[in-house]
Design a protein around this ligand. Structure first.
Ligand SMILES: NCc1[nH]cc(CCC(=O)O)c1CC(=O)O
Length: 308
């Protein structure tokens, strides 16, 4: 054990079961590196509201209360789900670490082992995400999309209760909550890219205090999520926009695939580019620049409400 420094690192988190589970993991990793930590639960507008995610205005509903707590010195580190974090930097704050990314896939959780192909015509599928709704409709145009909110357990409960036939959730969240047994189909990222940054966490600190968490930073994960999020930033899109992105590395190349969907699933615009990581001082921004420029040139703003 390292000797205690005498300072306790206060980690702020949302109070949902998912947020607490992922924060506990980060707390354990910091403790293993000799830090003394304390977890502080902060209630956000996004947690209190029962409005649909789309009407809440998307961007940052979960993040702003955590950031306020950090700026007010009520805690020293906050743990965000990266995909819920607005792309604009906050003055005075900095992302001190992006730990190794978990599974970026979406997962279908359906009754009776059903899959996307075997769900009956007009099946009721719950999601609060305009991206997932568009992807579902683009694969199965007769599905009935039900706008749902609430935590993962509540959503899964609606299948058992018979109200819904299926829900689509992030594989990473189900895994963190120990609910992976509810998955009936993992949706491949090739055909079903997900929200920029899905499966990754962001550890935010006050600028200058990055050292509190920098040991947990995972450079490859940071490059991948930076590439995906740069598409959102360059399209000036919010986290509720029907946009999906998937970056991966292979043989020294950084690949980025992004799609913009019409909300009703009847149209989509796609772009994919790759570049050698060694060819650019900033490969994430460069590959995202090419993809975004192409999406815009192909009419992304005409098929989807990007600012949502
Ligand atoms: N917007 C809610 C949210 N934010 C992050 C996750 C999942 C975990 C992750 O992507 O890291 C979820 C739930 C879901 O989409 O099923």
């Amino acid at each position: 054990m390292s000797p205690s420094t005498g300072t306790v690192v206060r980690i702020g988190t949302r109070g949902s079961a998912l947020a607490l589970a992922q924060t506990q993991k980060i707390a354990d990793q910091l403790t293993a590196r000799g830090a003394e930590v304390e977890i502080i639960t902060i209630t956000t507008h996004g947690d209190r509201s029962t409005e649909s995610l789309a009407t809440l205005g998307g961007t940052g509903v979960f993040a702003s209360a955590l950031r306020d707590a950090l700026l007010a010195n009520e805690c020293d580190v906050v743990v965000h789900s990266l995909k819920d974090l607005p792309t604009a930097p906050t003055p005075g704050l900095s992302i001190g670490a992006i730990p190794k990314r978990a599974d970026a896939r979406d997962a279908l959780c359906a009754r009776d082992g059903l899959t996307l192909d075997t769900l009956p015509e007009n099946a009721r599928v719950g999601t609060g995400s305009p991206r997932r709704a568009a992807q579902l409709l683009s694969r199965r145009s007769h599905l009935e999309i039900v706008d749902i909110r609430g935590n993962v357990d509540t959503r899964l409960g609606r299948i058992v209760g018979g109200d819904l036939d299926a829900v689509v959730l992030a594989a990473a969240g189900l895994e963190r909550l120990g609910r992976a047994e509810a998955v009936t189909e993992y949706l491949s990222l090739n055909g079903w890219p997900t929200a920029p940054g899905q499966g990754a966490l962001a550890l935010e600190v006050r600028s200058g205090e990055e050292k509190l968490v920098s040991a947990l930073d995972h450079k490859p994960s940071r490059i991948l999520v930076e590439a995906e999020r740069a598409v959102l930033a360059q399209l000036e899109a919010g986290c509720a926009a029907p946009i999906a992105a998937h970056a991966f590395m292979e043989d020294g190349l950084l690949f980025l695939d992004a799609r913009v969907y019409a909300p009703d699933g009847t149209a989509k615009i796609t772009s994919s580019h790759a570049l050698y990581l060694s060819d650019s001082p900033n490969p994430a921004a460069d590959v995202a620049g090419r993809v975004s420029a192409e999406l815009i040139a192909l009419g992304a703003a005409d098929i989807a409400p990007l600012g949502a």
